[in-house]
Design a protein around this ligand. Structure first.
Ligand code: SF4
Length: 458
């Protein structure tokens, strides 16, 4: 995951990126940062910090982040160390081309091979994150920055989207399959690049379009240049962006994530036709719109049977089993008179290890649920993701190690229905139709080569 935003040609660039990062906070909570550049000066003003965006960029900090071009990042670690400040982005590098600030979301899958090769050639790495690879690869090319960047990107493989500052340019690029999202927007005369469209809209700007797979965008003095650095590959948008990761108000393929999730709920209602229940209720938050869609399509009343606490920090002490149970309840609290004595359709976005689902279902039983029919808006996850979504290894995935009946028994439901891959793709397709989605975590068929060392690491 992780989220990025960049803006060119605004006096208040750091403040705007700060607001954009607040909008992208759900994409990563480990660390955050902003790098800003003043026109005509080859130094960056920057600030990176561990933890959430809110409260970190005080007036004093923003005052020091002077400049017209800015990039920002929220980090969710998918490789490297867990929360070291050294891995907080944007990264700033000196290179023969000039100074570079870069922020990347996603994952480069041939990191080990490229890193080993560069290390043998004498490269010294400062960060455990793979973003640094791109800068090392750029540094080896004696070409103008855009051409050097294109050559560097041709050597890496993965699912990523990035924003970069170089001289007076804001640069953005997206992997050749479009696995990770990046949108282009406009705020007045300035262009904005961001992982999700609400980060543009919250600033008072508007979404123009998705950055195309393999596209390299360079913005300088309000002028935009678009070129491509990779031959067109079959498009493979990550369907989990719609199922789970993105905000409901984000536009993907011209449709809001909320609408797509409602459509997934309606598809599940059809798949589960014949199952009777008193209420449909979501596991908040990502099950909300799907449960609403299920309810509208089936006529079964929608109820909110859980209250979710959004203010739970990660640092809460969980030293004993009793403490862990209290924390779980603090996060998701059941409303007993909605649940008691009811036959329930429970809607959630996915089953990964199954442990979370089991806890939720146990809680519903404790609070008097009679029957629980579980509707899941992603197909069975049977393989890990290598493109920036932090799924565990295959042996930890319940759908990879258990039959359908075993999962039903293990998590304790009366019935279990996963949306089919075709139904998920149709619901999420927007104005581009059902084709062009990655489904590797449901099929184990990856859209790129995965090296033996990468596979073995999972
Ligand atoms: S493997 Fe799954 S989570 Fe990863 S990019 Fe593909 S669809 Fe998304």
């Amino acid at each position: 995951m992780g989220g990025v935003i960049g803006i060119e040609g605004r006096k208040d660039a750091a403040g705007l990126v700060h607001v954009g990062l607040l909008t992208l906070q759900h994409r990563g909570q480990e660390s955050c940062g902003i790098a800003v550049k003043e026109k005509g000066k080859d130094v960056f003003n920057y600030f990176t910090v561990n933890g959430l965006v809110l409260g970190k960029f005080t007036g004093d900090v923003l005052e020091k982040l002077k400049g017209e071009n800015a990039v920002g990042h929220v980090r969710y670690p998918t490789s490297g160390s867990k929360s070291g400040i050294l891995d907080a982005q944007p990264f700033i590098f000196k290179s023969a081309h000039g100074n570079i600030a870069i922020a990347l979301s996603g994952n480069i899958i041939n990191t080990t091979e490229v890193r080993d090769k560069l290390a043998k050639e004498g490269a010294i790495f400062q960060h455990s994150s793979e973003t640094e690879l791109i800068v090392h690869l750029i540094a080896r090319e004696k070409l103008p920055i855009e051409n050097a960047l294109k050559k560097a990107l041709a050597k890496i493989e993965g699912g990523y989207a990035a924003v970069m500052l170089f001289k007076n340019k804001l640069i953005g690029f997206r992997d050749p399959r479009g696995l990770r999202p990046l949108v282009l927007g406009k705020l007045g005369k300035s262009f904005v690049l961001a992982s999700e469209s609400p980060a543009v809209e919250v600033l008072g700007g508007h979404y123009i379009r998705d950055v195309k797979p393999g596209e390299l965008i360079v913005v300088e003095n309000g002028k935009l240049k678009s070129t491509f650095y990779a031959k067109p590959a079959a498009r493979q948008n990550c369907i989990f962006e719609t199922v789970y990761i993105s905000r409901p108000d984000t536009l993907i393929r011209g449709m809001s994530v909320a609408q797509a999730r409602m459509a997934m709920g309606a598809k599940l209602a059809l798949q589960m036709k014949g199952i009777k229940a008193d209420i449909v209720m979501p596991v908040p938050d990502s099950g909300f719109f799907a449960a609403l869609g299920f309810s509208k399509a089936s006529g079964i009343p929608f109820e909110m049977g859980f209250v979710r606490n959004h203010y739970m920090g990660r640092s809460f002490l969980r030293t004993t089993q009793h403490m862990r149970e209290i924390v779980a309840k603090l996060k998701l609290f059941p409303i007993s008179d909605i649940i008691k004595g009811k036959d329930i359709i429970l809607v959630d976005d996915s089953i990964v290890r199954g442990t979370q689902s089991k806890k939720i279902i146990n809680t519903l039983r404790e609070y008097g649920a009679r029957k629980i029919h579980f509707a899941v808006t992603s197909p069975e996850i049977i393989a890990p993701c290598f493109y920036g979504v932090n799924t565990p290894s295959k042996k930890e995935l319940i759908a990879a190690t258990h039959t359908h009946d075993e999962i039903v028994k293990e998590i304790g439901v009366d019935s279990l229905t996963f949306i089919t891959i075709d139904n998920a793709a149709e619901a999420c397709g927007g104005n581009e139709g059902a084709k062009g989605f990655c489904s590797a975590c449901f099929t184990g068929k990856y859209p790129t080569k995965i090296s033996k060392s990468t596979l073995e690491a999972r």
